[in-house]
Design a binder for this molecule. Structure first.
Ligand SMILES: *Cc1c(COP(=O)(O)O)cnc(C)c1O
Length: 477
């Protein structure tokens, strides 16, 4: 029973139990390689272990932690394992976890500048730092006409971009009257599924999203984009938005942003660049070519919560003209009116996103950038790319396997030459073994394995072991 009978944790209890919780996380980090990477739980297994009824009375912390180990851990897929090579990384780090914890402790609601000035100003400042760190166009700085904001996900960032583009094109009439069905959006056939979801949400309609053809490297073909835009214009449609991807989810393909940008300028279309995972690579000067042509972008997004050691959720979204975004998303009810807002001297980030409320997410990003410094971040990005290239080199040299796409950064798409069934078998056996976890995609309608290097603690020995295990399974088919 809590000491003060209020049922709350006292600060002293919190201190004691908090230390235990940190110990739990530290032990988890130390032992992480001992768990099967992919959870081996069967559907319903976790719920079956939980009591049917909620507790009527307060339970002990010891019991709660015990259940965490006994019930929850077996149902965890270990995204923080150095042997996690699936999907894309969702990496974290000590400074990020601590930043998130302190953010929870402060429990700030940062919807307006006035509801916690530091929450807004630190966010603005760190996002300006990142413009410099990634060498993004200066128009994305808050000191120019644009600026950056932290969103929960790249999906939300792209939705905001589509909405602002829709309003700019319709002179802010779509917000008022709804869409007229004439607006057309463009992206490549390899773009992330969030773009399709977003055109549905934004009232554009999935039928009005053109999935432009790609070249042999899975990058958008600009001449096909140009042709489609001209075709739509000739049919009385209103092209308004193009999303180029820097590092597609399937194969890490890099759309030719410069050429796409020229077409957008010609037709006065909003260019959004989705660099969700790969944008982080621009921390290193030698990888900045991935952003060639980005000066033409109206908006840009990347996810520190994928490949920059900042735990989910933390997406950075930049616009060149913040007034278009703010005008699109701003609604001012009486209860949010305040002097700082009226003065025009502050940013209110609620006007830059879909929800009203927002967490203090810049704290963890600030901790990460300060803990690692630019040098530390560059070091790890370079290591990951080097390890992916080393893996690709092995694929290229092993007669049983082939590369399925170029490897510009940290993702290797490859396949066994024995066909879809062989690849499926190899993948299933690897994942069931728990030794490592990788996932697949389809490229040119063939089953393709993906190995993505980006987990915080992945080192050469983990990639070497992956090669060993893949070879073992290949020998069995
Ligand atoms: C992962 C990914 C997304 C989605 O990211 P969320 O932050 O989960 O919404 C969007 N685009 C690309 C290219 C991605 O790789």
């Amino acid at each position: 029973m809590p000491e003060d009978k209020s049922f709350h944790m006292t600060p002293d209890e919190f201190r004691k139990l908090g230390h235990q919780a940190i110990d739990w996380i530290a032990d988890y980090q130390r032992n992480i390689e001992s768990y099967p990477v992919l959870s081996q739980a069967a559907p319903g297994q976790i719920r079956a272990a939980l009591p049917v009824d909620p507790p009527a009375h307060s339970e002990s912390w010891a019991k709660i932690l015990e259940d965490l180990d006994r019930i929850i851990l077996p149902g965890i897929t270990h995204w923080q394992s150095p042997n996690f090579f699936a999907y894309f990384p969702s990496n974290n780090s000590g400074p990020s976890i601590l930043g998130d914890l302190i953010s929870s402790g402060l429990g700030v609601q940062g919807m307006l500048w006035a509801t916690s000035p530091a929450c807004t100003e630190l966010e603005t400042h760190v996002l300006d730092w990142l413009v410099t760190m990634l060498d993004l166009p200066r128009k994305f700085l808050s000191t120019s006409e644009g600026g950056g904001v932290i969103q929960d996900t790249a999906s939300s960032a792209s939705l905001c971009a589509i909405l602002a583009a829709r309003e700019q094109t319709t002179q802010f009439q779509a917000n008022q009257q709804g869409c007229n069905g004439k607006l057309v959006a463009y992206t490549s056939s390899q773009a992330h599924s969030s773009i399709e979801k977003n055109v549905k949400i934004a009232g554009i309609g999935a039928d009005n999203l053109r999935l432009i053809d790609v070249d042999a490297n899975f990058a958008m073909r600009p001449e096909a984009l140009k042709k489609q835009i001209e075709h739509d214009l000739a049919n009385g449609r209103i092209p308004f938005f193009v999303c180029a991807t820097v590092g597609t989810t399937c194969s890490n393909a890099l759309d030719p942003v410069a050429e796409i940008g020229r077409i957008c300028c010609q037709h006065d279309l909003w260019l959004h660049v989705d660099a969700a995972m790969s944008g982080t690579a621009a921390l290193c000067p030698e990888f900045r070519y991935i952003h060639d042509g980005i000066a033409a972008a109206d908006s840009y997004t990347f996810n520190p919560h994928k490949w920059m050691f900042t735990n989910f959720d933390c997406n950075c979204f930049y616009v060149a003209d913040r007034s278009a975004l703010i005008r699109t998303l701003s609604v001012l009810p009486e209860y949010l009116r305040n002097q700082a807002t009226e003065s025009g001297a502050v940013l209110d980030y609620r006007d830059w996103q879909i929800p009203l409320g927002r967490r203090f997410r810049s704290l963890k990003l600030w901790f990460v950038v300060r803990h690692y410094g630019i040098e530390g971040l560059q070091y790890h990005i370079r290591r990951h790319v080097e390890l992916a290239k080393r893996f690709a080199q092995w694929v290229a040299n092993d007669k049983r396997f082939e590369l399925a796409a170029p490897v510009p950064l940290n993702l290797v798409c490859f396949r066994h030459k024995g066909g879809d069934e062989a690849n499926q078998k190899i993948m299933d056996r690897l994942n069931r073994s728990g030794d490592l976890y990788l996932t697949h995609t389809r490229l040119n309608d063939r089953m393709t394995l993906r190995l993505c290097v980006g987990q915080t603690h992945t080192q050469a020995r983990h990639v070497e072991r992956a090669i060993e295990r893949i070879c073992e399974e290949a020998a069995r088919i």
